[in-house]
Ligand binder design. Structure first.
Ligand SMILES: [Zn+2]
Ligand SMILES: [Zn+2]
Length: 290
């Protein structure tokens, strides 16, 4: 049975290969649909986002692939849009300007409004740990609060289709900085789930932390997935692939957990819209077209 994935980075941002290599890999795996979601350009120097001058080429290449492979696989054009208040561009504006079909909203930098400094939670562990001292005066709880608060603001003000790696702030935790059972942490997560529910967002279940070993688990953690299921929050499966071989990495493993929790359905972007598809342990069952 096939899978789908809409969180994909090619060499237009920090992925390993040309977009076409991902399309070929997806077809070999029997995918009915594949989405590209390069990191949106950000207004500061970095090595991982799509550079503004290569964005038109990215859009043109995805359009070419859509046409070349039409009838064999559905290809969709998206972006993983970074949200940093007062820093990044409005999602809607970028979506219209680029003609995107969907957008994943993610927080990789938590901004401390008191000093305007940015805490990079997705870089080296030393940067993460030094940031707690430099940006939040050593107060980790405040940093985590700012991270989740920024996600809440993003959902509320930008309304992305999909919330990217919801609890990525745990990536460098390794169990020795805080416990996910800590009251402050659970409260922050619950507040975010309330906003997700209110805004009808889709949360991605992102396997990258798990299959790369960068985190101890996928995003979000199992206990959050259980809370999401209780709240009937819809999910989509993402591998956050940075290489064509990773398009479905970890999907069978996470699907087993999701089925145990009670999820029977995932959202897929198919026939140009988000729609439910039945989840099984080894793939999804496509909805009837039309
Ligand atoms: Zn990301
Ligand atoms: Zn990503």
């Amino acid at each position: 049975m096939p899978w789908t994935n809409y969180h994909t980075h090619s060499h237009f941002s920090d992925g390993s290969s040309a977009p076409e290599d991902y399309v070929i890999s997806a077809m070999e795996k029997g995918f009915p649909a594949l989405g590209f979601s390069e990191h949106s350009p950000v207004p500061f120097e970095n090595s991982w986002s799509c550079q503004p001058d290569s964005a038109p080429e990215y859009l043109a290449e995805i359009q070419r692939l859509k046409e070349t492979y039409a009838g064999r696989i559905q290809i969709y054009m998206g972006l993983e849009q970074d949200y940093i208040p007062f820093v990044t561009r409005d999602f809607d504006e970028l979506t219209k300007e680029c003609g995107l079909e969907y957008c994943i909203g993610s927080v990789h930098f938590a901004r401390n409004p008191k000093n305007q400094k940015l805490w990079f939670i997705d870089g080296p562990r030393s940067v993460f740990i030094d940031g707690i001292a430099d940006i939040f005066g050593g107060n980790l709880e405040e940093g985590i609060f700012m991270y989740y608060n920024q996600i809440n603001l993003m959902i509320h003000s930008q309304k992305p289709d999909v919330i990217g790696h919801l609890d990525k702030v745990k990536m460098h935790n390794k169990g020795d900085l805080f416990q996910e059972t800590d009251e402050f942490y659970r409260k922050a997560v619950f507040r975010t789930l309330d906003v997700v529910k209110r805004e009808h967002s889709i949360v991605e279940v992102n396997t990258r932390g798990w299959y790369t070993g960068k985190a101890e688990d996928w995003y979000p953690s199992d206990w959050i997935l259980e809370e999401m299921f209780q709240r009937k929050i819809p999910i989509t499966l993402s591998s956050d692939a940075h290489d064509p071989s990773n398009l479905d990495s970890g999907f069978p493993e996470v699907a087993r957990v999701l089925l145990d929790i009670g999820y029977r359905e995932v959202r897929i972007f198919y026939d140009r819209k988000w729609q439910p598809a039945e989840l099984t342990g080894d793939g999804i069952i496509l909805p009837q077209s039309g």
